[in-house]
Design a protein around this ligand. Sequence first.
Ligand code: ZN
Length: 253
Amino acid sequence: MKFIDTHCHVTLENFDEDREDLLKIMEEELEFFIEVAIDMKSSEYLYQYSKNFKNGFITVGVHPTETENFNYDSIEQLKLFLPCEKVIAIGEIGLDFHWDTDRNKQYKALEMQLELAKNYDIPVIFHVRDAYKEMYDFLNKSKFSDLKGVVHCFSGNYEIAKKFLNLGYYLGFDGPITYPKNEELRETIKNIPIDRILFETDSPFLPPKPFRGKRNDPLKVSYVYEKAADVLNINIEELKSIVFQNAKKLFDI
Ligand SMILES: [Zn+2]
């Protein structure tokens, strides 16, 4: 079995020079990948472009730091993309308090997009940065707690992980699990149920350790798998198969 990358951005300009070649290799080397939208423009673009993906799926949705102009028209437009068979989730949506953008707008856009996901019974991909507590509190007391989804690029400790697991969510892990300083994150992986783990690259961001400072790409998800297999003391082939099943189940692929 091949690897999967459940979160990448290969349509960003970082890949303009070699995207077609890379997609060809990704067809060979990956079981499948999920290209994630970050705003209205990329949602529309992915909707059009996804026909070029032989083994790729897409999401549509607006990232928390891109919610400045999010409104009901945005929801109406996102609705138009959902019948496309390549669209397998709403994302990436969530809360990001790292950057100084309007928090009320972030909450509003999050709520509206969760409502959309609920109405269409489609899973969500969460981006949460410097806001785990707020995100958990919001999900825990909201009417959306039965939604399926993944907290992408999880970087919290086991206590935080448990909270999201208890709400039924999956956790996605990326290149940072290979960074020497992230011992706590590796401890988290060791302690959570293996049937709730996904692996991703967030390419072109977050390259695994040997490539720090360079562009990341979906093929490098193998380094995330290798590190996790090591931490979990499990055969990598077995891990591939488990994570493949996890992703298939969550995204109904
Ligand atoms: Zn992302």
